[in-house]
Ligand binder design. Structure first.
Ligand code: PGA
Length: 245
């Protein structure tokens, strides 16, 4: 399976900038064997999907509500993202868990809603700096995996150590190898053989300068890229570092 290189644009770009960024990525995507995905703010999913129609670059959302519709002011339902042209959605990102109090149980409900709407979920897990310095990183990620994933699980995992997100600090290749091997074990424990093929992305300060070494780590199925995904050339350089299969 090719690696997946996903751009998490977070709360960035006005509409013209989002479209220009999407077009620049699509224009440079020929010859790239990785699967490419960009996740603009929900407001721009439709415009970016339109700009990317017929290209190799897919579009996703950054969150969705667990209900299909209803009295949830300010929220966005998974079928709405799908209707706007999204094929994917990021769920349980640490910024949602921290800033919006999202629990594992809520992330699991959102994941179910996403899959029912025809979206492919990218479920994020990862420990804080304190949890890592306390030696609890695998325990924390193990609980997140046990609580956030529905059975069966048809999606992708993103391991994003919270201390590496937007900080310029990247986990070492050794840290990534150990955690991805642990996540693989947990996936197989939860889902049997199906757990063998779930892609596990690494995220947290991935950039052009570290992408080759990170993407070569065993069991890394791609990258979830924040800051560096806002620059088309840098994002494409990361994508060129990806393994084909
Ligand atoms: P970063 O963000 O690449 O800016 O560290 C990654 C993410 O939050 O998905």
């Amino acid at each position: 399976m090719p690696q997946l290189i996903a751009g998490n644009w977070k709360m960035n770009c006005l509409s013209a900038e989002a479209i220009a960024l999407a077009e620049a990525i699509a224009a440079g995507a020929s010859g790239i064997t990785a699967e490419l995905l960009v996740c603009p703010t929900a407001l721009h999913v439709a415009a970016v999907a339109k700009a990317l129609a017929g290209t190799a670059v897919a579009v996703g959302g950054q969150d969705c509500h667990q209900a299909t519709h209803g009295a949830h002011t300010g929220d966005i339902a998974a079928p709405m993202l799908r209707d706007a042209g999204a094929g994917w959605v990021i769920l349980g990102h640490s910024e949602r868990r921290q800033n919006h109090g999202e629990t594992d149980e809520l992330v699991r409900e959102k994941t179910v809603a996403a899959v029912e709407a025809g979206l492919r979920p990218i479920v994020c897990v990862g420990e804080t700096a304190d949890q890592r310095s306390g030696g609890q990183e695998t325990e924390v990620v193990g609980w997140q995996l046990a609580g956030s994933l529905p059975k069966p699980f048809d999606g992708v995992i993103a391991y994003e150590p919270v201390w590496a997100i937007g900080t310029g600090k990247t986990a070492t290749e050794q840290d990534v190898a150990v955690m991805h091997a642990f996540i693989r074990e947990e996936l197989v424990r939860q889902f049997g053989d199906a757990g063998q093929t779930v892609r596990i992305l690494y995220g947290g300060s991935v950039k052009a300068s570290n992408a080759v070494s990170l993407m070569a780590v065993p069991d890394v199925g791609g990258a979830l890229v924040g800051g560096a995904s806002l620059n088309a050339e840098e994002f494409l350089t990361i994508a060129r570092a990806a393994r084909a299969g």
